[in-house]
Design a protein around this ligand. Sequence first.
Ligand SMILES: [Zn+2]
Length: 261
Amino acid sequence: MKAPFIIDAHVHTGFMNGFFAEETDAASLVRRMDSLGIAVSVNLCDMISITRGPASGVPALIEDFEHSDGRIYYCGTFDPGRGTEDLRYLEKILGQPGFRGIKIHPPWHKVSADSHSYEPVWKFAADNDLVLVSHTWSYSSYNPAQALSLPGLFEGWIKKYPKTRFLMTHAGGRGDGHAQAVRLASDYENVYLDCAGDIYIPDLFVKLEKLADGGKIMFGSDWPMMDPRAHMSHIMLAGIPAGSKLKVLRTNAVNLYRLPV
Ligand SMILES: [Zn+2]
């Protein structure tokens, strides 16, 4: 396969708030994708959408999709603190070709993942056959709010909405959070993981080979905070068959997001 084929299932563009990043615009992302053989990326939203809602942030993501010739897909966001206001905007963009799912972020919004206030977004994702994406992480002494996104907190929702494709980003972080995320992705048909961020677990992709083959884990970088080459090289150099690497680098994300590529 010579043409660019890699899908980066976890990038960001735009305002980064407190996170340090030097190349935050979509044009920089496209240049970086071209230099690394990445065909398509999925933008798990900008910080404007997270902090002020999708009506404020998503119009720029729609422009990025158009200006990149359809190479940067995007998710909208839902903040339980705004109730259904965010869903009213997402309803308006249903059917837009770049719109692929909804991102929730329990630590940022300071609402635990098992709170009843997430019911409207689980129902909306189910009713509209959209991917629901959440930040997930482990206990953190320096960032206690991460405990609001421990993977086990989602299990009640996963049982209630078994047909909804649910992506746990960062594969649950490290330690116990990671173990919980792997268990859920193994036990439930529609639970998926990405490897985005600084989860540099030795032999991660060898340990998760069965999940890779089953379509459950995919490459994501967390660009522009992280260099995509970190996990790309971990995957390419992993001691797993080429077919499994192709699934992680491309096929699993194509199937999860139903990308027309
Ligand atoms: Zn991210």
